[in-house]
Structures are given as structure tokens and as C-alpha cells.
Design a protein around this ligand. Structure first.
Ligand code: HEC
Length: 189
């Protein structure tokens, strides 16, 4: 009971102090976490409402890496990369991508020292459930870089990657960290 009353009190406190808090700056970490939530929500929605429904339940269409050449849906990772490329075109300096140490698409390989450090961090089982945050300088500009583990949540992740001709790793198991969602926010102009 006490807990409920406390929450309500906090709620009204937030409302009354809102005009003052609006001017407070959002930290780079909060921004990265929020963007990550949106990316994950979009991926889940695509998997549930499009792939599961049309490919698995209705068997109406296939999802295929060669969706360009066929009447097929793009894979979730290809959807993510397509929107990441659109964001990159905006030249705001902000970017995101799905990266890995063992990529099917070599463009997705971790490159900078911070990316390699972040990949090592998220794949370490000691760090499971925690994310990686670091600042880095790239071409004279300062960035806030966040990395979030991308886990093999289903057998389809494992079997597709292990059997893919371009995959350098063939022994992924369920619940393995397969890569990371990388989000980079510019800190200087
Ligand atoms: C039907 C095959 C298939 C399935 C299922 C699949 N992937 Fe992939 N995945 C790919 C392909 C192809 C790419 C490369 C896409 C590109 O061109 O960027 C990729 C890219 C990735 C990448 C970026 C690094 C790389 O390998 O290029 C990660 C990380 C990844 N997938 C994780 C997952 C996870 C986690 C799941 C399950 C939730 C999953 N994948 C399901 C085929 C698949």
C-alpha cells in the first residue's frame, strides 16, 4: 500500500516540476538507450507482424537475402541496414548498425578500437545484461558510442548463420551473443 501512495505522489511531483525539467539536457546515454529501444521494437514488430505472419503462418511469401531478384521479403538484418543507410545519408553524424566479429556481410565487421573493445565486452558472459558505453575520436570528431548485445534468441538465428556460405563462424548456439547493435552519437560539431 505504501508503495502505491509513494508512486502517485512522485507522479504529481513530476507533473508540477515539468516546466523546469524540460530545459534539462538529455544525456547521450539516455538518447542511445532510447534509440536502441526503438530499433529493437521495430525489429520485433517486423518479425512478428510481417515475417511470422506471412512467411511462417500463412506461407504466403518467402523472406530471402536475394529479395531484390525475387518476390520476397528482406531479412530483418537487411531491413535494419537499409534504415541505417537512410539515416547516414542525413549527415547528422548520428549512426547505427548491426555489427559482429564474425559477420556474414563483411561491411558489418567491428572496425574501430572502441568497436572491438565493445564487442569483447558484450560477448563476455560476465557482462550479460549490461551494455557498453565509451567515447571515441573519429576523424577529429568526438562521439559517444554505445553497444548492445545481439543474442541468438531463436534457432533460426543459429541455423541460418551457421549454414550461410559467407559466415566465418559455424558453431553459434542458442543464447550466444552473435553481434551487437552499435549506436554512435556525435558530441562535437
Ligand atoms: C534467414 C537467414 C538469417 C536469419 C534467420 C538471421 N540472420 Fe542474421 N544475418 C543474415 C544475413 C544474410 C546478414 C547480413 C545482412 C547484411 O547484408 O547486412 C545477417 C546479419 C546479422 C548480423 C550482423 C553481422 C553479420 O553477420 O553480417 C547479426 C549480429 C545478426 N545477423 C544476428 C542475427 C540474430 C540475433 C538473428 C535471430 C534473431 C538472426 N541474425 C537471424 C541472415 C540471417
Amino acid at each position: 500500500m505504501m508503495k502505491v501512495k509513494y508512486t502517485i505522489f512522485l507522479g504529481s511531483l513530476l507533473v508540477t516540476t515539468l516546466p523546469i525539467n524540460v530545459s534539462a539536457e538529455v544525456t547521450a546515454k539516455t538518447m542511445a538507450d532510447a534509440i536502441h529501444d526503438v530499433i529493437e521494437a521495430d525489429r520485433a514488430v517486423y518479425a512478428e507482424l510481417v515475417i511470422n505472419r506471412l512467411v511462417i503462418e500463412e506461407e504466403a511469401i518467402e523472406a530471402s537475402e536475394e529479395y531484390h531478384e525475387n518476390i520476397a521479403l528482406p531479412l530483418p538484418a537487411q531491413m535494419l541496414r537499409a534504415s541505417a543507410e537512410k539515416i547516414r545519408d542525413k549527415k547528422s553524424g548520428f549512426s547505427f548498425s548491426l555489427v559482429s566479429e564474425w559477420p556474414i556481410n563483411s561491411q558489418n565487421k567491428v572496425k574501430t578500437d572502441v568497436e572491438i573493445e565493445g564487442m569483447n565486452f558484450v560477448k563476455d558472459t560476465k557482462n550479460s545484461g549490461t551494455n557498453f558505453y565509451e567515447e571515441e575520436m573519429l576523424a577529429g570528431k568526438r562521439y559517444y558510442t554505445a553497444m548492445y548485445a545481439d543474442v541468438a534468441v531463436s534457432n533460426s538465428c543459429v541455423s541460418c548463420h551457421n549454414n550461410h556460405k559467407d559466415s566465418p563462424k559455424k558453431d553459434f548456439k542458442i543464447n550466444d551473443v552473435m553481434g551487437a547493435v552499435l549506436i554512435r552519437i556525435p558530441l562535437s560539431k
